[in-house]
Design a protein around this ligand. Structure first.
Ligand code: ZN
Ligand code: ZN
Ligand code: ZN
Length: 239
């Protein structure tokens, strides 16, 4: 099965190379052979890569093209439907293959940056229906799930300092580190061991804002570092 997928994707790729050369020649685009070399290198990776990473792969393959030439070729690849640019939250743009008639969505780990792809036909139909119910005909959509991958999640389930927690995370307070002063300040704020909290914002550089029930708390970095928390997770319902 895996072998078949590989063969399919190889014939797919050689087909794309042929189309690329033909289209670019018809359009009067310069340096077609060199651009074709960039396309080949791009098609060899199945990752989501930045323009700079593609340039590095090109260098590694022994082709000494200027970064701007690689960038421009990528733009052309996007314009003519061979590549697709993706903009994920808080990240540099990445590029991936664009195989005609194939669509997929993404799950992104906000901690380590891992990107997984998925296809869910039911979800696709639901989105088209949601648009239709609002009087729209769906042309495109972007479905991105941000979360913690299983490796990152297991770290958070072991226990982390609040400064390492991510916005949206549900946590339980395990312990307060530091002296009696910090403990006392946290207690008088209304934070106790065993409390369930949710992180509202954490830019990783200072203040952490969190919610406990209907109250909001803002902790400076010094204090947030002393709060030990653990991820609270449960399987989605209807699983
Ligand atoms: Zn989709
Ligand atoms: Zn991760
Ligand atoms: Zn993708």
């Amino acid at each position: 099965m895996e072998l078949l997928a590989k063969i399919n994707s190889n014939s797919h790729h050689s087909q794309e190379e042929g189309q690329f050369a033909r289209l670019f020649e018809e359009e009067g685009i310069d340096r077609v052979d060199e651009r074709l070399a960039v396309l080949r290198i791009f098609l060899e990776t199945e990752e989501h890569i930045t323009a700079h990473e593609l340039w590095e792969l090109v260098q590694k393959a022994g082709r000494n093209f200027e970064p701007e030439f690689v960038r421009e070729t990528l733009r052309l690849m996007c314009r003519y439907g061979f590549a697709q640019r993706r903009e994920f939250k808080d990240r540099e743009s990445v590029y991936e293959h664009r195989h005609l008639g194939q669509h997929h969505d993404h799950i992104i780990c906000i901690k380590c940056g891992k990107i997984e792809e998925f296809v869910d036909e039911k979800l696709e139909r639901h989105q088209a229906r949601a648009a239709y119910q609002h009087g729209f005909y769906m042309l495109q959509h972007r479905m991105e799930i941000y979360g913690l991958c299983s490796d990152c999640l297991s770290d958070h389930q072991m226990g982390i300092s609040l400064v390492q927690a991510k916005p949206g995370e549900s946590l339980v307070v395990m312990d307060f580190l530091g002296g009696a002063g910090a403990r006392h300040r946290l207690m008088t704020m209304g934070l106790k061991i065993g409390d369930k909290i949710e992180v509202i914002t954490n830019d990783g550089r200072g203040q952490v804002v969190l919610a406990k029930g209907n109250s909001r708390f803002a902790l400076g970095q010094g204090l947030a570092e002393k709060v030990m928390v653990k991820a609270l997770t449960s399987e989605p319902e209807d699983f």
